[in-house]
Design a protein around this ligand. Structure first.
Ligand code: FES
Length: 107
C-alpha cells in the first residue's frame, strides 16, 4: 500500500497508508491531518489543500493542470516550485510512496 509522509511545519512526520486512487487531500482528511483544510472538498476551488511536495518526489508526479496551476496562485502560504494542490494528487501503486510538507497556513 502507498504510504504518504506528511511533514508538519515544525518538522514532525506522520506516515499514513493511502487507499489506491484516493487523493493526497482525502488521505490527509481521513487521517486527521488538520493542516489540510480542503474547504471545497476537492473541487479545485479553494487552494486550502496546498502542500509542498518533497523535491525527491517532484519529478515522479504529472505536472499540474492549467486549472490547478491557476488556483495555485491563490495559496495563503507562498507558492514555490514544489507547490501542489493535494486534492489533485492521486495515489497509485505506480506512483509509490510520497512525502509532502505542510504549509504553516491555508488562509
Ligand atoms: S480541496 Fe479545494 S482546491 Fe483542493
Amino acid at each position: 500500500m502507498t504510504k504518504i509522509t506528511f511533514v508538519r511545519p515544525g518538522g514532525e512526520r506522520e506516515i499514513v497508508n493511502a487507499e489506491p486512487g484516493h487523493s493526497v487531500m482525502a488521505t490527509a482528511v481521513d487521517n486527521g491531518i488538520d493542516e489540510i483544510v480542503a474547504e471545497c472538498g476537492g473541487c479545485l476551488a479553494c487552494a486550502t489543500c496546498h502542500v509542498y511536495v518533497d523535491e525527491a518526489d517532484l519529478d515522479r508526479l504529472p505536472p499540474p493542470s492549467a486549472a490547478e496551476d491557476a488556483m495555485l496562485e491563490a495559496t495563503a502560504a507562498p507558492r514555490t516550485p514544489c507547490s501542489r494542490l493535494s486534492c489533485q494528487l492521486k495515489t497509485t501503486p505506480e506512483l509509490g510512496d510520497l512525502t509532502v510538507h505542510l504549509p504553516s497556513e491555508q488562509y
